[in-house]
Design a protein around this ligand. Structure first.
Ligand SMILES: CC(C)(COP(=O)(O)OP(=O)(O)OC[C@H]1O[C@@H](n2cnc3c(N)ncnc32)[C@H](O)[C@@H]1OP(=O)(O)O)[C@@H](O)C(=O)NCCC(=O)NCCS
Length: 200
């Protein structure tokens, strides 16, 4: 949660009953709640409020979250939370017509892959929270996929994070991301379920 907020330039999470709340202030999301488990604090929150564009994220399966939701809250989706327990430096290899680089001096590091013509083809970022590297916004432009660019961006970020003393890493993956990260030594750690309150 802290890593996500840091990576996205959002305010630090505010502690609430059983979890945290982050002010997001984006057109599609006003704020978000995050809970480490599907316990009674999720029920208390959903009984007390159902704001627009303010999802609840819980580190638990949809089967565990659903019984904690008061109306009108419903399950929206579940994504895999993944970890890499030991970061390791290695060469970030890209094909000859690309290069990869990283930047960032603070707690957020950015990596990108460029074509030799100077177009950005892939990118990603990592936020450093103590010894944990929180990977975020890994992407490859559609025209450049399946050429190893995201793998190279991930390794570049891993090298930069390890150089800053990060020991382990975590992220929440899309399905395509999950397939990619499994090839890079990441493993699924827990389901991460989103609930929303549809507005009438
Ligand atoms: C996921 C994504 C970043 C992968 O980028 P990429 O540059 O194509 O990834 P790579 O070329 O480094 O892939 C390396 C390996 O990962 C696996 N992989 C990558 N994308 C995959 C996909 N969509 N489906 C299944 N396996 C995939 C494959 O094993 C691939 O090796 P292969 O091409 O030899 O089969 C890209 O599809 C993307 O930007 N998707 C939309 C945004 C997104 O979901 N980002 C992830 C957020 S968690």
């Amino acid at each position: 949660m802290r890593g996500w907020a840091l990576s996205r330039g959002k305010p630090s999470p505010e502690a609430i009953d059983g979890g945290w709340r982050v002010q997001v202030d984006e057109p599609e999301q006003i704020a978000r709640y995050v809970f480490p488990s599907a316990d009674e604090s999720v029920r208390r929150l959903t009984e007390s409020t159902s704001p627009a564009l303010t999802p609840i994220k819980v580190c638990a399966s949809p089967d565990a979250v659903a019984p904690r939701l008061a109306s009108p809250w419903v399950i929206d989706r579940t994504s895999p939370m993944m970890t890499k327990p030991a970061l390791a430096m290695a060469d970030a290899m890209v094909a000859a017509d690309y290069s990869v680089a990283s930047t960032g001096a603070g707690a957020v590091l950015i990596a990108f892959a460029m074509t030799n013509a100077g177009d950005i083809a892939a990118g990603g970022r990592v936020a450093l929270i103590e010894d944990v590297a929180v990977f975020d916004q890994i992407w490859t432009h559609e025209a450049h996929r399946r050429r190893g660019l995201a793998s190279a961006v991930m390794q570049t970020l891993e090298n930069a994070a390890a150089a800053r003393s990060a020991q382990r890493a975590i992220l929440v993956a899309t399905d395509a991301g999950c397939a990619l990260y499994k090839t890079l030594g990441w493993r699924v750690y827990a389901p991460y379920t989103t609930a929303i309150a549809p507005q009438a």
